[in-house]
Design a protein around this ligand. Structure first.
Ligand SMILES: *[C@@H]1O[C@H](CO)[C@@H](O)[C@H](O)[C@H]1NC(C)=O
Ligand SMILES: *[C@@H]1O[C@H](CO)[C@@H](O)[C@H](O)[C@H]1NC(C)=O
Ligand SMILES: *[C@@H]1O[C@H](CO)[C@@H](O)[C@H](O)[C@H]1NC(C)=O
Ligand SMILES: *[C@@H]1O[C@H](CO)[C@@H](O)[C@H](O)[C@H]1NC(C)=O
Length: 763
């Protein structure tokens, strides 16, 4: 194509825009890199649409190619890695910093940044037994039949029984995806698509890490009878939406890295293929939205009516480190469940400590051994029982006390075994307090809380010949307290989204049993625990998100007319916020067993059955409603907003505070100037009975007066919308202090329905 011709006819608004981008979008990325090496850059360029209408022969591909110096590198490798059509106007290509700098001067160029690696949100640990079949929305729905969940992850294990076809109908006609499995494998009506996007090259969609298989199994695995690990706890394993279709997009390679360019391509393809939902357990913490492929991809998905479900991240209990926390993503933290694979440590003074272990000899055996604590040397290495750290200690035939830090538990046990140790006690650190893992150890082992660890070490310190016995009790259910927030689950407040409460919800994410590849883990940890049907336990917000994806599939099947925001609202306003004993949900990261704050639980723990009948929803049907919100974010110019929404926008008159977004939770900041009052607007849509009345019922945050106007909402039609205002004012004289977090709830009550939103007021 003729470049010069093209430039001349660029519509004026694009040129204006172009100018703007030159002033607002130049970030220091180019100066950071000073080598001549080529790297993959993600390049945003203007839409070819306008000009293309005038010059129909100019197609997207050649428009994109026109920005490149030439088509191949010295090595012969093609420069173009991907061209995008749905998620953004632009491409990913191999370029040097100089070439990118030159490209900046080409009309039509908007913005380029270096591709980056994102992370899978799990810590691997396979184990024993259990099922994740607790919810009964299945009774009403047809278990997600006809819904397509696009899973962007490490690939899939096509021949795993979790992905066998349980007799499903063919995928819906709108499905346009392909199945690129290697010879010997084929797609079915369960696994309807398998694609791979890795650095633009050819590769296999087959999972060689396990993460993608596990996640897909949680979301929509077929029922597998007699799933078990090491012969224990037999039962039927099943995904949350066992009759939904799965389309797998492999966008990650070992060791657990996934690049932005691959993820963008995965979204691009999944949207074109016709998926109904996108499940992605990949994240990049506190990443600016206009750089972030998941943010851009999920927005493109949203404009096609597709909800994206994403993990919150595993950065807890530190505050304010979250992955991709934009308002249109359903963002999921991890909860501990009521199941425990129990081991008990009994000291010879009679003290007993209950912990977890996936080392469960059958029949149950006990060991009675002298204790050794290399940690008395008080070095990082000895506390963690690292390799070589036990020199000078007589560990042979003994029970070794180790801290939960640095290397993983399974690794510690191997080191202890190699040194001649007979058993291991893994003690949590202060930060992870009470989250216990059922890890598959190579020797008798128990994982105990931080508080128990202190008591055990204290006993060791003060006793002549300390000894202990570990007894294994197998799997127990109904463990209390439960659910609790997992220590590692990421917490708000978000520092990027302008003040939207995140995570949105929590869901099961600790010791979750699901499918695993047959070949992965040979000689490694996973071998120990894999049962004949290849199920393992994993933990992470990676495991929490697909629980919610499965639930979203059930809701989508039952309510095909619900928008992504409506599905999200239904899940958020129907959560439970109390544990099984009726007390507040406890935070596992608290050594004093404090209740979890609102920035750990968000709207609460998912309650799928209630989500099916929310009564009212906080809907956003026009995706343009997010534009004033994005414009209102700090330092977001029209140019930056363009990169996300792919639409020319003028931000200046269109800014909006994040608290005004029609979100199912309410977070307001009184501001450092000490405003005493704020009011927020919301709109609810009736999705229950046509004639229904709702009464506002407020749990006021301490020191905050809350007035809802009007106090009652009367609906006479399904789909009818009503506005209301919530006025929040501080009752005390003083201003809020910097770290004050005041929590309350707004409930709209009608008969047995409660449409519940968390309220949080900060300084
Ligand atoms: C970059 O290229 C220039 C000449 O093309 C060369 O002199 C210089 O050594 C190169 N720098 C690096 C870091 O490779
Ligand atoms: C493309 O350009 C690079 C330098 O920018 C050069 O080394 C390479 O040989 C060129 N390839 C072709 C096919 O012209
Ligand atoms: C045990 O003794 C070590 C030093 O010997 C000391 O650092 C540690 O604080 C003691 N711990 C407890 C729980 O008593
Ligand atoms: C709700 O408020 C918006 C403006 O904030 C208005 O456009 C809309 O018509 C109102 N809806 C109802 C049902 O009153």
């Amino acid at each position: 194509m003729a470049r010069s011709t093209y430039n001349i006819i660029l519509p004026i608004f694009l040129l204006c825009f172009l100018q703007q981008t030159h002033t607002t979008l130049s970030l220091p990325l180019f100066s950071i890199i000073s080598t001549n090496q080529t790297q993959v850059y993600i390049v945003h360029v203007q839409h070819p649409n306008g000009p293309a209408e005038l010059l129909p022969h100019i197609d997207r591909e050649s428009w994109y190619h026109s920005f490149l110096p030439n088509t191949t590198l010295d090595s012969g490798e093609p420069r173009m890695v991907y061209t995008y059509s749905v998620v953004m106007s632009g491409f990913a290509a191999r370029l040097t910093p100089d070439e990118v700098r030159f490209m900046e001067s080409i009309p039509g160029f908007l913005y380029a940044h270096i591709d980056k690696q994102l992370h899978l949100r799990t810590t691997h640990t396979p184990t024993l037994l259990g099922l994740n079949q607790y919810y009964s929305l299945w009774k009403q729905s047809n278990q997600g039949e006809g819904i397509i969940i696009g899973v962007l992850d490490t690939g899939i294990t096509p021949d795993h029984p979790s992905f066998a076809d349980p007799g499903l109908p063919s995928p819906p006609l709108k499905w346009r995806g392909s199945c690129n499995l290697p010879a010997g494998f084929s797609c079915t009506n369960k696994l309807i698509g398998a694609e791979v996007f890795l650095n633009g090259g050819t590769n296999t969609p087959i999972d060689d890490l396990g993460h993608g298989t596990h996640v897909a199994g949680i979301a929509a695995g077929s029922p597998v009878p007699d799933a078990n690990v090491l012969g224990q706890a037999r039962g039927t394993a099943s995904g949350m939406a066992p009759r939904a279709h799965i389309a797998s997009y492999r966008v990650c390679v070992p060791p657990f890295s996934c690049s932005d360019s691959d993820i963008l391509k995965g979204f691009d393809q999944a949207i074109k293929d016709g998926v109904d939902l996108i499940q992605i357990s990949i994240g990049f913490a506190n990443d600016d939205y206009y750089h972030n492929g998941i943010v851009k991809g999920s927005f493109a998905a949203l404009t096609r009516g597709i909800l994206t479900i994403n993990c919150a991240g595993n950065h807890g209990p530190a505050k304010s480190i979250l992955d991709n926390d934009v308002p249109w993503i359903l963002h999921v933290g991890a909860a501990n469940i009521d199941r425990r694979v129990t081991a008990v440590l009994t000291l010879d003074n009679g003290m007993e400590f209950v912990g977890m272990s996936a080392y469960q000899p059958d029949p149950s055996t006990a060991v009675n051994l002298p204790l050794v604590y290399p940690g008395v040397k008080d070095t990082d290495q000895t506390l963690a029982c690292e390799k070589g750290s036990m020199a000078g200690f007589d560990v042979v035939g003994k029970m070794v006390l180790c801290g939960f830090e640095r290397n993983n538990n399974i690794e510690k046990a191997k080191i202890v075994k190699a040194a001649g140790g007979a058993a291991i006690v893994v003690m949590n650190q202060k930060w992870n307090a009470y989250t216990l893992l059922a890890d598959p150890y190579v020797i008798p082992a128990i994982h105990v809380s931080h508080n128990d660890g202190i008591k055990i070490v204290n006993y060791f310190n003060t006793t002549q010949n300390p000894t202990g016995t570990i007894t294994f009790k197998g799997t127990e259910y109904g463990i209390r307290p439960s659910p609790t927030v997992a220590s590692f689950s990421s917490r708000g407040p978000s520092i990027l989204n302008g003040g939207i409460l995140k995570p949105d919800v929590i869901a099961p994410g600790v010791n979750i049993l699901s499918a695993w590849p047959f070949k992965v883990g040979k000689g490694g940890a996973h071998d120990v625990s894999k049962g004949t049907k290849n199920f393992v336990m994993e933990r992470g917000t990676s495991m929490a998100a697909p629980h919610v994806s499965g639930v979203a599939a059930l809701l989508k099947e039952l309510h095909p007319d619900w928008s992504p925001a409506a599905i999200k609202s239904a899940i958020m306003t129907t959560t439970y916020i109390l544990d099984r004993d009726g007390g507040p949900i406890i935070d596992d990261a608290s050594n004093t067993r404090d209740h979890a704050d609102i920035f750990a639980v968000g709207a609460g723990h998912i309650n799928p059955t209630a989500a099916n009948d929310p009564g009212l929803v906080y809907d956003v049907t026009n995706t343009d409603d997010y534009i004033p919100y994005l414009c209102g974010l700090k330092d977001y110019t029209s140019g930056r907003v363009f990169l996300i929404v792919k639409k020319f926008v003028t931000c200046s008159p269109k800014k909006m505070g994040a608290e005004q977004l029609n979100y199912p939770s309410i977070q307001v900041s009184m501001g450092s100037a000490g405003a005493q009052k704020k009011s927020v607007q919301r709109t609810v849509k009736n999705v229950g009975e046509a004639r229904s009345n709702y009464q506002a019922s407020v749990v006021e945050p301490r020191g905050v007066k809350v007035v809802v106007i009007p106090e009652t909402l009367q609906f006479s039609n399904v789909g009818e919308e009503k506005n209301f205002t919530v006025e929040l004012s501080l009752t005390g004289k003083g201003q809020l202090k910097k770290n004050d977090v005041l929590e309350g709830r707004l409930n709209w009550v009608s008969g047995k329905r409660v449409v519940s939103s968390p309220i949080v007021v900060t300084a």
